[in-house]
Ligand binder design. Structure first.
Ligand code: GDP
Length: 201
């Protein structure tokens, strides 16, 4: 029997911000999405919301990076955290990224959990672990979404997923490790059922 999945009927962009005084009111249960640049985070958000361009990737590393807030079904909030790990990012930009994320994590009161996009072909890397650790230090649970699963064979998919599970065994805040493809639709219902089930409490 398949679990009930959250049904996204309406999604709208609320605002972009870099600091807490500009964040929207903290009203709705909030899910945030993180990942290394190019991991497929925007495609993931667009796919689960069934929208073409709700989340847009900023491909220019030096540019100001913003936290984007979305309202889903007038009942929950999705937050798109700027991607990390661009090649040759100046130290200053990395430091301001870290300040911004720390400010986000320490001020928002309704965060339910994080979804972290990890390219299935690359697997989990140091920066991903740092992100998971950061969540741990703020008592936030994490769902690992191994993206672009259409790019690997079925056996590789199982292998990569198991390997990632092994890699994160030491983290007490991992809720799930699943595969996903914005192309084939693999894993969409799983994400939506995680949202549905965590939102009942
Ligand atoms: P972001 O930087 O993490 O937001 O990544 P994007 O969503 O912009 O995706 C980066 C690149 O990977 C783009 O060229 C996408 O078309 C591609 N991509 C993203 N998701 C998938 C997927 O599920 N399957 C395949 N084959 N390509 C994908």
């Amino acid at each position: 029997m398949t679990k009930m999945a959250f049904n996204i009927k309406k999604s709208c962009f609320i605002k972009s911000a870099t600091k807490p005084s500009h964040f929207p009111d903290d009203i709705y249960p909030e899910y945030f999405f993180a990942g290394k640049s190019n991991a497929g985070k925007s495609s993931l958000l667009n796919k689960i919301c069934n929208r073409k361009n709700l989340a847009i990737t900023s491909k220019t590393p030096g540019r100001t990076q913003l936290i984007n807030f979305f309202l889903i079904n007038n009942s929950i909030s999705f937050v798109d955290i700027p991607g990390y790990g661009y090649a040759n990012t100046p130290k200053k930009i990395i430091a301001s990224w870290e300040d911004m994320i720390n400010a986000y994590l320490s001020t928002r009161k309704k965060i339910i959990c994080m979804f972290i996009a990890i390219d299935i072909r690359r697997g989990i890397e140091e920066l991903d672990k740092s992100m998971i650790n950061l969540c741990l230090s703020h008592n936030i649970n994490v769902n690992i979404v191994m993206t672009k699963s259409d790019k690997v064979s079925k056996s590789e998919k199982t292998q990569k997923r198991n390997k990632t599970k092994e890699h994160v065994m030491g983290f007490p805040n991992i809720l799930s490790v699943n595969t996903f493809s914005a192309k084939s639709g693999d894993g969409v219902d799983l994400i939506l059922s995680i949202i549905e089930n965590s939102n009942k409490n």
